[in-house]
Design a binder for this molecule. Structure first.
Ligand SMILES: [Zn+2]
Length: 292
């Protein structure tokens, strides 16, 4: 089965991860810009980081036949430094020109401070101005509900096309307001913290598959790219069809990301496959020749 990994921090992972992902059917990964584990001091450090995920990572992925796309953003933690953030934002349009850049992400909130909110708003506005897709990080569990609500409030005041905005790291208590407001919602799977593959399937059963993107982030902390495949297996184990799995784990990312024409992977014709799979097998016209 072909799988798209829509949120993946390849910079933190090994070539062996790429190889194992390719062997498990992953055909494309998308790498948002995120926090490096420490606060960067210089705008140039961000620019070099964007070049690494925009220019170098695609070559590593290509070695395993995987397409690689990326996003640019100042993450919420470093948005605490507005002066630095604005210097970096000035360079975004250069990256928007690149053939594999999908938009602005992951921007969002971490502790929902005034500076974070201000730089988040500026990044969303820049994305809108340049007709880019938007990927939004919601805070960790302590502040998830409040932070998600703040994000929705801020977006409310901006001229965004909601179908072009993906609000990620949703959990049981935040998915509903995201979907109800018309945005795409993401589940980020982790082996220990955050959403597990089983809980993600519970949510798929409760809310359906429309406007849902499942990913495993896989960053430099305790994480595992293959929680995504675990989720596919759990979904199938509960009796869902292969075709329904393809809709969620391949076609949904194509539907969202393909709104940027640079993401040019084709939609799979799942309904045709379903009809074929369900059609009764044809009987051979005559008895096979005796091989004896
Ligand atoms: Zn991330």
């Amino acid at each position: 089965m072909q799988i798209i990994q829509p949120h993946y921090h390849a910079i933190a992972r090994t070539a062996q991860d790429y190889e194992r992902m390719a062997m498990s059917g992953v055909v494309a990964v998308c790498e948002p810009a995120f926090w490096a584990g420490f606060d960067r001091k210089y705008p140039e450090t961000f620019i070099d980081y964007f070049r690494q995920i925009g220019e170098f990572e695609p070559t590593r992925a290509a070695d395993y036949g995987i397409r690689h796309f990326f996003w640019v953003a100042v993450n919420p933690k470093e948005a605490e430094n507005p002066e630095l953030s604005r210097e970096v934002l000035k360079k975004f349009p250069d990256f928007f020109e690149m053939p594999n850049c999908l938009g602005v992400g992951e921007t969002g909130l971490h502790k929902s401070t005034a500076n974070e909110a201000m730089i988040f708003e500026e990044q969303v506005s820049l994305a809108v101005e340049h007709d880019q897709l938007i990927l939004i990080h919601t805070p960790h569990l302590e502040d998830k509900t409040h932070g998600t609500r703040r994000i929705l409030e801020i977006l409310e005041g901006l001229p965004v096309d909601r179908n072009r905005v993906w609000i990620d790291h949703a959990e049981e208590h935040t998915i509903r307001p995201i979907l109800d407001a018309g945005y795409w919602s993401g589940f980020t799977l982790y082996p220990i913290t955050k959403c597990s593959p089983k809980r993600a399937v519970d949510m798929l059963e409760l809310y359906g598959r429309e406007r849902i993107l499942v990913n495993s982030s896989a960053d430099w902390g305790p994480s595992d790219p293959f929680t995504l495949q675990e989720c596919v297996c759990e979904y199938r184990r509960r009796g869902n069809s292969l075709q329904d799995a393809m809709e969620i784990f391949y076609n949904n990312p194509v539907r969202f990301l393909g709104q940027n024409p640079k993401f040019d992977l084709p939609l799979l014709k799942v309904e045709e496959m379903r009809e074929e799979a369900e059609a009764p097998a044809e009987q051979p016209a005559e008895e096979p020749a005796d091989r004896a």
